[in-house]
Design a protein around this ligand. Structure first.
Ligand SMILES: [Zn+2]
Length: 465
């Protein structure tokens, strides 16, 4: 086990204290307090009062004001001096990862992608799943990913779960067990991941029942086929019957003909579907003609579909042809969607499996890479919401992912002050507060999984056995 990572600042072990001189991206504040100037970079410097696990006051930073009475902290004047000067380090609400695959994670050593392509990933994971995905295997790798997420400051996760054939009966009970074990630390949601064709058969009905029984979300991989409209109608009908939200993987492809998103939007409109609909990836939108794009975006707006972009995984898989340099970045039309007021979140997607050979479930890394890949930085504008408030909203976590009076003191404190300081280093010495208390930031040791994932020769198997 690795040592606990030392934070850049010590948090007092008190029930009430101030976090002074905290730089907060203004779009993450429920309200900009009076007297606070928002910089040209969209940053505000404030003092945050924490009491009994909640933020009770957000006020203009200023040492002299701390000597006077402060609303919110109330009569407990003894708490006035307990606190810490963050010296303008950034403070964010705990992060929210709206799209990942905990069940696939950390299989790279035993099931690497042979050529880095999407097809290579599909083939590799299918074989790995058939050979290895017992309840214990899935549980230990999922728990590993959850511990990484927690240590990096994530408080809610939506994971897709491979649910075709016999796997659903293995993985969903493990998910329910982990959701219970992690309650209060990471709020967990799960989405079924199956080919859309499953909803053309009896299996689709059984799956919807299982998902409903577990309080999950109905999902599939949508791709264009002659039956796509009938299959989407069937899936939405099952979601409606069971009161489920829907979350699809759509158009994770560099094929200009990949238009499942527009079929989905039409189906949502046709059925008047009342639940929330979220669509992940939508990569092909970035390489389609302007008229096709305009038509699809109109439909998406009308259907109220939210989009989740997965920049790290897209950059890894899209436009990969072995031996050839990639020509596009793989991400969807982040700016164009946002300009139409479509809710756009960014999320981690796969970590250390055949779909993405890297990653550590760190949403700051996801934000940093998204900013660079998608040019979310000149200006940063509302994009900090894409890993906080927006995923909270589209996951139905009302009001989460923001900083304001009354919100839980679930915060990530970074040493970096400006955007450039924040995103130039991994901020490995960040401090994570949960309900106002600093957590032990312990990243699990990869060696824990050696007996599951290492190739046989490195497991100490006896020679000549
Ligand atoms: Zn995915």
């Amino acid at each position: 086990m690795m040592d606990v990572i030392a934070g850049f600042v010590a948090i007092p072990d008190e029930t009430a204290f101030w976090l002074r001189n905290a730089t907060v991206p203004a779009p993450l504040l429920t309200a900009v307090p009076s007297g606070v100037r928002v910089s040209a970079e969209g940053l505000a410097v404030v003092d945050l009062a924490v009491r009994d696990g909640r933020i009770v006051d957000v006020a203009a930073a200023g040492g002299s004001a701390l000597d006077g009475p402060r609303a919110g902290v109330g009569a407990d004047r003894a708490s006035r001096d307990a606190g810490v000067d963050l010296r303008r380090g950034q403070v964010w609400p705990c992060l929210i990862d709206a799209h990942t695959h905990l069940d696939k994670g950390h299989t790279w050593e035993r099931a690497p992608n042979p050529d880095g392509t999407f097809d290579g990933a599909i083939r590799t994971v299918m074989a790995d799943r058939a050979a290895h995905w017992s309840a214990e295997d899935v549980r230990r790798r999922m728990d590993f990913g959850l511990r990484c997420s927690f240590a990096h400051g994530t408080r809610a996760i939506r994971t897709h779960l491979d649910s075709a054939g016999p796997q659903a009966a293995i993985t969903w009970p493990v998910f329910e067990e982990l959701r219970k074990a992690w309650a209060g630390r990471i709020g967990l949601q799960a989405v079924s991941l199956v080919p859309l064709q499953v909803f053309g058969a009896r299996e689709g009905e059984a799956l919807a029942e299982r998902v409903a029984a577990a309080g999950g979300i109905l999902g599939a991989v949508g791709y264009v086929s002659p039956e796509i409209d009938a299959l989407l109608d069937r899936m939405l009908a099952l979601a409606e019957a069971h009161g489920l939200d829907v979350d699809l993987h759509c158009d994770e492809s560099g094929d200009v003909g990949a238009r499942a998103l527009s079929h989905l939007a039409r189906a949502v409109r046709r059925r008047g579907f009342a639940g929330r609909v979220v669509c992940g990836h939508c990569c092909s939108l970035a390489i389609q003609s302007p008229d096709v794009v305009a038509e699809t975006l109109d439909l998406v707006v009308e259907a109220g579909i939210s989009v989740i972009s997965l920049p790290m995984c897209n950059l890894y898989l899209q436009d990969r042809v072995p031996g050839r340099t990639p020509r596009w970045r793989g991400v969807t039309l982040l700016h164009e969607l946002a300009a139409r007021r479509v809710r756009v979140a960014v999320a981690s997607d796969n970590c250390r499996d055949a779909f993405h050979g890297y990653g550590d479930h760190d949403m700051l890394e996801v934000f940093r890479e998204a900013a660079r890949i998608g040019h979310l930085d000149r200006p940063f504008g509302d994009w900090p919401r894409a890993v906080t408030a927006t995923p909270a909203d589209l996951m139905g976590l009302t009001g989460a992912g923001r900083i304001g009076p009354g919100m839980p003191a679930d915060l990530v404190l970074f040493e970096g002050r400006s955007w450039s300081e924040l995103l130039s280093r991994p901020q490995a010495n960040r401090v994570v507060l949960r309900n106002g208390r600093a957590i032990e930031r312990r990243l699990p040791d990869y060696r824990e999984l050696d007996d599951l994932v290492s190739p046989l020769e490195s497991r100490g198997a006896p020679h000549g056995a």
